[in-house]
Design a binder for this molecule. Structure first.
Ligand code: ADP
Length: 448
């Protein structure tokens, strides 16, 4: 097992990884920007190295500085967390070239899955149903118009190298295609340095359902059930729950088995998530995330497994010692992403936190790197805390969530807590009757 792990991230996920490492007796090295010198992940780590100025490009995305920090401190592995360099195959290769272990899947797997067109092909070969879409990338407007006709409007143009809900454009008719295609290509080029785009049928009322998997280097693969991440704003997840209110046990079992079989065929190892859209009883593969995900704690809450601990073990070359039949799912878990944003306009709201009091009690977990008096820098993602609650039933979890949100005190900045409080009292939400478009309608009606 590793002796020292460098955590190439910040905020709550850096803490999450630090905690797993310390419970395993592994020392940690934090890296931080100048803006994060007083951050909690820096205070808790055994060692800390400043890797650059506030801007992410010069710090958390600065590959050379992170590698130097790891070599300087004698780390034997690097955990990238999520976001930043977590899906950067070049960086993973750099880590290995310096004789350190990359805590994640093999770089070539990251590269394959990071190209969404290639990922669709791999998924198809592995027997997963795809969203109807273009065969490969779309090269020009003519091609795009032809595919629009084949698939039928509306369609969505997506960046092959896309991520984080960026680089997607819905097209409602052939008239809009020329403009949309050009904008999508430009957006893809400027955001991902790759102007490849492809097209899918735009589904009108799907749910986003994803499956967490664990796989070792010896062909053992298990799934940890699904997460329903349909509550989204601008294609970004706001609240997640498990199990999905839309699935029955039989559908759940079939989905899990389908994913495990596909992962075995693909030969993927480490933790990962296979994302689907689900509409009219059908699952359609969307993409695979080759990293730890923000919403992993809800799965931990219902399985009692520590996913980061398993990830570290798998990366150290250990065998998966849990079998599918060992996995028992208990109750329901829900996560609210609490962002430093105005709850009405969603404008980011960085600043200095005044009072900070987190809820507690039975089955309540708060993952956050914040504390009273700390700064929320404007340079990074606006996530300040994840509130995860569980209950024996969905109703029980919702009652607990309402209670916990009411206890949360964050002064000095605006947060999305009031939005969550409204959502969870809505009748559709309480019935579990929502799809990926539901939140947009809810926000429109609320604005009046
Ligand atoms: P990213 O990697 O940027 O997160 P995804 O491909 O996972 O992109 O899509 C993110 C979200 O965009 C999905 O959860 C869904 O809400 C929406 N979306 C993507 N593809 C489609 C589609 N074909 N039809 C309808 N919605 C879609």
């Amino acid at each position: 097992m590793f002796e020292k792990v460098l955590i190439a991230n910040r905020g709550e996920v850096a803490l999450r990884i630090h905690r797993a490492c310390h419970e395993m007796g592994i020392k940690t090295v934090a890296v931080h920007s100048v803006a994060d010198a007083n951050a909690m992940h820096v205070k808790l780590a055994d060692e800390a190295v400043c890797i650059g100025p506030a801007g992410a490009k010069e710090s958390y995305l600065n590959k050379a500085n992170i590698i130097s920090a790891a070599l300087m401190t004698g780390a034997d592995a690097i955990h990238p967390g999520y976001g930043f360099l977590s899906e950067n195959a070049d960086f993973a290769e750099m880590v290995e070239a310096h004789n350190m272990v990359w805590i994640g899947p093999r770089p070539e797997m990251i590269r394959k899955m990071g190209d969404k067109v290639a990922a669709r092909q791999l998924a198809k070969e592995a027997g997963l149903p795809l969203i109807p879409g273009s065969d490969g990338e779309i090269k020009n407007v003519l091609d795009a118009i032809q595919w629009g006709e084949v698939l039928g409007y509306p369609v969505i143009i997506k960046a092959s190298a896309g991520g984080g809900g960026k680089g997607m454009r819905v097209v409602n008719s052939a008239d809009e295609m020329e403009m949309a295609f050009t904008l999508a290509q430009n957006e893809a080029r400027s955001s991902f340095e790759n102007d490849g785009v492809y097209m899918e049928k735009y589904l009108s009322h799907p749910r986003h359902i994803e499956v967490q998997i664990l796989a070792d280097n010896f062909g053992h693969v298990i799934h940890l059930g699904e997460r329903d991440c349909s509550l989204q704003r601008n294609h970004q997840k706001i609240l997640e729950e498990t199990p999905s209110p839309a699935l029955n046990p039989e559908q759940r079992k079939k989905l899990g088995e389908m994913v495990v079989a596909a992962i075995k065929k693909i030969g993927y190892s480490n933790v990962g998530t296979v994302e689907f859209l689900y509409e009219n009883g059908q699952f359609y593969f969307m993409e695979m995330n080759t990293r730890l995900q923000v919403e992993h704690p809800i799965t931990e809450a219902v399985t009692s497994l520590d996913i980061v601990r398993e990830q570290i073990r798998l990366s150290a070359g250990q065998t998966l010692d849990i079998k599918q039949e060992d996995i028992q799912f208990h109750g329901v878990a829900i996560e609210c992403r609490i962002n430093a944003e105005d709850p009405n306009t969603f404008v980011p709201c960085p600043g200095k936190i005044g009072q900070w009091h987190v809820p507690g009690g039975l089955a309540v977990r708060v993952d956050s790197g914040m504390y009273a008096g700390c700064d929320v820098p404007p340079n990074y993602d606006s996530l300040v805390a994840k509130l995860i609650v569980s209950g024996r039933t969905r109703n029980g979890a919702l009652m607990r969530l309402k209670r916990a949100l009411g206890e949360f005190v964050i002064e000095g900045i605006s947060t999305t807590i009031p939005l969550h409080q409204e959502i969870i009292q809505n009748a559709d939400f309480i019935d579990g009757a929502y799809d990926i478009h539901w939140l947009a309608d809810f926000l429109k009606n609320r604005a009046g």
